[in-house]
Design a protein around this ligand. Structure first.
Ligand code: NAP
Ligand code: HSE
Length: 435
């Protein structure tokens, strides 16, 4: 049978990973797919750039339309960004090409439109590499857990952020040094603020939430906080209390609606996910039939991500001949049966909290603070007063609360910060027991 021809839009970190895997494992891959898979065309921005992969059989261009309009069967979008990527993917779909993409921003923001276009044109849009790099999490949720009612998905889903937090905690490195390494290793986004401010994780969580709960993609409704504000003293106090701080994406179905949130989180150090370090990612899925399952692996990098791209290519090749009506739905649920359950805003979330206060070292201060918390029905799990700060009449106080409505916590913090005895803004980090 003829080879399946593939065109790449982008030959950077991931594109080169894909070419390397397809060449090295060509025999294994064609035995699995039933067809040989060859990259015949690729678009890049700079034709003069040297690329350490064998490209003799590939027609290179700096015009994406050349690839989209070529005779390739599958277009693999690996450029990043949302505008050109969206236009080229829609153009390729209109020409009957199947799509594989690693671009989570594209799917999170334009996925609803792209999937509709794919349905109209009878083609597949595959996006395993867009979430958690080399971990086959999309396949696990969309297919492996299809018997279950999923209640929650929580994960470390940005490799760069986890790499930075690990380097800072284990090696005492600065934020900037660790980020520079993540960039050199090819983990970071073109704009690394996407990694450190949680935007990349929010793109991925948008996708996970949709395939877990069968809701349309709603990136604008995700509550997003980054890691750039985490203070080293909070990392140290969290450890003393038996917790690790991780940048977590959490999406939960509650009776009132769906929470979709990305933020730094204290996790008990005994949980497996608290011990996921470096560029590794992990996704915990809680569901009714199987219980909790945890998926772990490299969350970024050329070949881990390339592995997911090639897996999608093989899946697409295997389904070439299936009736479009009988393919796995893009968002796991049949497109006409998606739910309109609302996505909750942050003041509707329910969470436990870690609070750090800088308080004047005198009698009565803690009574004022605990009264404010009690007035808001916030119950304290533990309270630690730390050593006074040198030559200041100030003590850091750390409080862990039980689960509380965020609106109540916002009110309490506002009142605590107005006390004369509180000398700095209150630091707060959400706590997830993940049990
Ligand atoms: P990258 O190294 O920056 O590569 C981007 C590629 O796209 C380059 O080859 C670039 O050409 C090409 N390109 C950019 N603009 C173009 C244009 N206007 N016309 C033609 N070609 C253009 O990025 P990457 O790390 O491989 O990431 C690619 C995608 O995968 C992104 O969506 C990213 O979020 C996603 N992703 C990355 C990872 C990872 O670990 N890196 C993991 C999962 C998902 P030049 O080479 O000539 O500059
Ligand atoms: N920049 C992303 C990360 C790439 O570090 O997780 C993988 O999606």
């Amino acid at each position: 049978m003829n080879a399946v021809n593939v065109g790449l839009l982008g030959l950077g970190t991931v594109g080169q990973g894909v070419v390397g895997i397809l060449q090295r494992n060509a025999n294994e891959i064609s035995r699995r797919a039933g067809r040989e898979i060859s990259v015949t065309h690729a678009a890049v921005r700079d034709l003069g750039k040297s690329r350490p992969v064998e490209l003799n059989a590939v027609t290179l261009t700096d015009n994406v339309s050349d690839v989209v309009n070529s005779d390739v069967d599958i277009v693999v979008e690996l450029m990043g960004g949302t505008e050109l990527a969206k236009d080229s993917v829609l153009e390729a779909i209109s020409r009957g090409k199947h799509i594989v993409t690693a671009n989570k921003a594209l799917i999170a923001i334009h996925g609803n439109e792209i999937f509709q276009a794919a349905l109209d044109n009878g083609v597949i849009v595959s996006f395993e590499p867009a979430v958690a790099g080399g971990i086959p999490i999309i396949k696990a949720i969309r297919e492996g857990l299809t018997a279950n009612r999923i209640t929650r998905v929580a994960g470390i889903i940005n490799g760069t952020g986890n790499f930075i937090l690990t380097e800072m905690r284990d090696k005492g490195r600065s934020f900037e040094d660790a980020l520079a390494d993540a960039q050199a290793l090819g983990y970071a986004e073109a704009d690394p603020t996407f990694d450190v401010e949680g935007i990349d994780a929010a793109h991925k969580l948008t996708i996970l939430s949709s395939i877990a709960f069968g809701i349309p993609l709603q990136f604008d409704a995700v509550h997003t906080e980054g890691i750039s504000t985490i203070a080293s003293q909070d990392v140290a106090y969290a450890e003393e209390l038996g917790y690790r701080i991780k940048h977590l994406g959490v999406t939960t179905e509650t009776p009132a609606g769906i929470e979709i949130r990305v933020h730094p989180t204290l996790i008990p150090e005994r949980r497996l996910i608290a011990n996921v370090n470096g560029v590794m990612n992990a996704v915990l899925v809680q569901s009714d039939a199987v219980g909790s399952t945890l998926y772990y692996g490299p969350g970024a990098g050329a070949e881990p991500t390339g592995s997911s791209v090639v897996a999608d290519l093989v899946d697409v090749v295997r389904t070439f001949t299936t009736d479009p009506e009988n393919r796995v739905p893009h968002l796991a649920f049949q497109p006409d049966l998606l739910s309109d359950k609302p996505v909750l805003t942050s003041d509707q979330f329910e969470c436990a909290f870690y609070l750090r206060l800088l308080a004047e070292d005198r009698a009565g201060v803690m009574a004022d603070v605990t009264r404010i918390l009690a007035d808001q029905k916030i119950s304290i799990e533990s309270l630690l007063q730390k050593e006074p700060i040198d030559d200041q009449n100030a003590v850091p106080v750390v409080i862990l609360t039980h689960q509380v409505k965020e609106a109540a916590m916002n009110t309490a913090i506002e009142k605590i910060e107005k006390l004369d005895s509180i000398l700095a803004p209150v630091a707060r980090i959400r706590v997830e027991s993940l049990d």
